[in-house]
Write a new protein. Structure first.
Length: 115
């Protein structure tokens, strides 16, 4: 969880400390749509290495934003979903998504969802 002794000078600084880091916000955005297995997250985020994906998921889990659930189904696997705290970021993630869409339209950048 958070380092409660650290001093922040702006709420955005705290927010970025919690959800910052390359790929963290992208993973949160994918999980906002619902629980996903590891393989599905990997396919939806083709630019991320397996090592970094595992690191980011562990960090987000440690920060209380993502929950990891092992299931005994066939095939057995691990599923990730947003916690209540993670779900509270939905409006922020939607705002970032919308801004990205508008920016892409203005600048001619192609956004091609994967997976």
């Amino acid at each position: 969880m958070e380092n409660t002794t650290r001093r922040y000078h702006c709420p955005v600084e705290l927010t970025l400390d919690v959800i910052g880091g390359k790929w963290a916000v992208v993973l949160l955005a994918h999980l906002k749509e619902g629980a996903l297995r590891y393989g599905a997250l990997r396919r939806r985020t083709p630019g991320i290495s397996e090592k970094v994906l595992v690191q980011r998921l562990r960090e987000l889990e440690a920060k209380g934003l993502v929950a990891r659930t092992e299931n005994d189904g066939r095939p057995p696997g691990v599923e990730y979903r947003l916690t209540e705290e993670g779900l509270s970021l939905a409006p922020v993630l939607e705002a970032l998504y919308g801004w990205g869409e508008r920016r892409a339209a203005r600048t001619g950048v192609r956004v091609e969802p994967a997976g």
